[in-house]
Design a protein around this ligand. Structure first.
Ligand SMILES: Nc1ncnc2c1ncn2[C@@H]1O[C@H](COP(=O)(O)OP(=O)(O)OP(=O)(O)O)[C@@H](O)[C@H]1O
Ligand SMILES: [Mg+2]
Length: 325
């Protein structure tokens, strides 16, 4: 069963540069959340802070009673075993074949017998479609295969919290659809709390229960997916429609002059994407346990949701037999 992750007032700097400040959010247990944000806004730094690999200057990250920022390193190391982290670059060991790469956390953190390790590794490799590639070195396979190997490795310790850093980068559109389904199926199978960093608008539209966005050193929003998908906040709207007009520029922010010029130029504004239903687990898996918990949670915050978000939640529930509000 997934574990809640509570982030409170988190601030991280490197020297003079503040990456983000005062980030507060809760990842609800067993739910899938997506974190969006232009390049360089500190999404990777955020994931590394949640798992305790980077230490923010202020704030806390509470996981099972352990503060990943301030607790003694011994406790943080123990708590880290609850996590599976899929790095942005795969972070595989170049001289180890895929089998040994994926077996690494089991050999490092458990005393399991080799026969058992073999069973678990093969199961995970099957899950991500890599059976048959056990003996290949990372340098001998495609970028997409390396990504999936990174995911398999993140899964071997049966994590209760899964963090994925751009799992789709470098994947073709078909593989990205398979990946979206894989993430939802994984969530249905193990009820883990998941946080996915992505730039992919299809994943954002179809996978998560919740969505957040980092911009200009702030968490500009975090909440149910419907809240962001219907948001009128300029930066959220611009990002989710992928257009040039708006506060996000090529280098993270536009200045006043560029924004004024843009108003005169009237850059094209493509229509907003239509809301589509969230992906369901594959046939035979049964419903995700998070669905009922999330329903109760969203209904409890009904009064705080803007009308457009409520409408979207209603439409989503209407597509589930026997559900409505
Ligand atoms: N170890 C480090 N030392 C100094 N600065 C760092 C370090 N790691 C990250 N940064 C800086 O923090 C900022 C955020 O980086 P981060 O990698 O988190 O961005 P991101 O949102 O993941 O971007 P992308 O979408 O391109 O992956 C960047 O300006 C980066 O240069
Ligand atoms: Mg990154």
């Amino acid at each position: 069963m997934g574990i809640e992750v509570i982030v409170e007032g988190l601030t991280k700097s490197f020297g003079q540069q503040t990456v983000w400040e005062d980030v507060t959010l809760t990842l609800p247990p067993g739910e899938v959340s997506v974190m969006l944000g232009p390049s360089g806004t500190g999404k990777t730094v955020f994931l590394k802070s949640v798992i305790g690999l980077l230490k923010p200057e202020r704030g806390r990250v509470l996981v099972n009673g352990v503060d990943m920022v301030n607790s003694p390193e011994r406790d943080v190391y123990e708590a880290r075993k609850l996590f599976g982290l899929m790095f942005q670059d795969g972070a595989l060991f170049g001289s180890m074949n895929l089998f040994d790469n994926i077996a690494f956390p089991l050999r490092e953190h458990t005393r399991r017998k080799e026969s058992e390790i073999r069973r678990i590794v093969m199961e995970r490799m099957d899950m991500v479609g890599l059976l048959g590639a056990e003996r290949k070195l990372p340098g001998e396979i495609s970028g997409g295969m390396r990504k999936r190997a990174g995911l398999a490795r993140a899964l071997v310790l049966d994590p209760q919290i899964i963090l994925c850093d751009e799992p789709d980068s470098g994947l073709d559109p078909v593989r990205t659809s398979y990946l979206s389904q894989l993430l939802i199926d994984l969530n249905a199978q193990i009820d883990a709390t998941m946080l996915i960093v992505t730039h992919n608008l299809d994943i954002a539209a179809t996978v998560p229960d919740n969505m957040g966005m980092l911009f200009r050193r702030r968490l500009v929003a975090f909440g149910p997916r419907e809240l962001l998908l219907t948001s009128e906040e300029p930066v959220v709207e611009q990002f989710l429609s992928g257009r040039r007009a708006g506060p996000i520029g090529m280098s993270e922010e536009k200045d006043e002059a560029a924004l004024a010029l843009e108003q005169r130029e009237a850059l094209p504004t493509p229509p907003r994407r239509a809301l589509v239903p969230q992906l369901e687990p594959s046939a035979g898996l049964g419903p995700r346990q998070a669905v009922q918990r999330r329903r109760a949670r969203v209904l409890a915050m009904w009064d705080q949701l803007p009308p457009a978000a409520r409408e979207a939640v209603r439409a989503g529930l209407a597509s589930v037999p026997g559900e409505s509000v």
